[in-house]
Design a binder for this molecule. Structure first.
Ligand code: HEC
Length: 119
């Protein structure tokens, strides 16, 4: 009787391990190193802080529009560097003190895809 119990327990444990191994990686885990809560903060920063100059819907204001149509022709590496280091002698400030490279790379990807409003 004890042996049967042991075999059943072992079987269930193996089944559980298999299920865990096969379950798909959550999408957010693929954004290397940026936790879902930090991603939320970054989108908030993009809308509020960047939006204060680039327009709340990023359609342009003091700074140029940051919408996919306007950004798509520009190299992502250049966009990343502009955000990290700013543009000298303009109102565009450097964000390096607040954002790291991975975070800016992630933001550039989002900006190129377009940020849905009301998110
Ligand atoms: C204080 C105002 C201000 C803030 C805040 C600001 N920007 Fe800018 N940004 C500008 C201005 C002005 C320019 C245009 C500078 C020039 O004349 O080339 C610019 C240019 C840019 C460009 C280059 C766009 C292009 O097509 O040439 C990018 C990308 C950009 N900003 C991204 C951001 C992001 C992302 C943030 C938030 C993390 C941000 N900016 C916050 C004022 C601002």
């Amino acid at each position: 009787m004890q042996a049967v119990f042991f075999v059943v327990t072992l079987f269930l444990a193996l089944l559980l391990a298999l299920l865990l191994a096969l379950s798909p990686t959550p999408l957010h885990a693929q954004e290397k190193g940026i936790s879902p809560s930090r991603q939320g903060e970054l989108i908030h920063l993009l809308k509020q802080d960047c939006g204060s100059c680039h327009g709340l819907t990023l359609a342009g204001g003091l700074g140029p529009p940051l919408l996919p149509a306007e950004l798509s022709g520009k190299p992502p590496e250049w966009l990343r560097d502009v955000i990290l280091d700013g543009i000298p002698n303009t109102a565009m400030p450097p964000w390096r003190p607040i954002l790291n490279e991975d975070e800016v790379t992630w933001l550039v990807k989002r900006m190129l895809q377009g940020i849905p409003h009301g998110q």
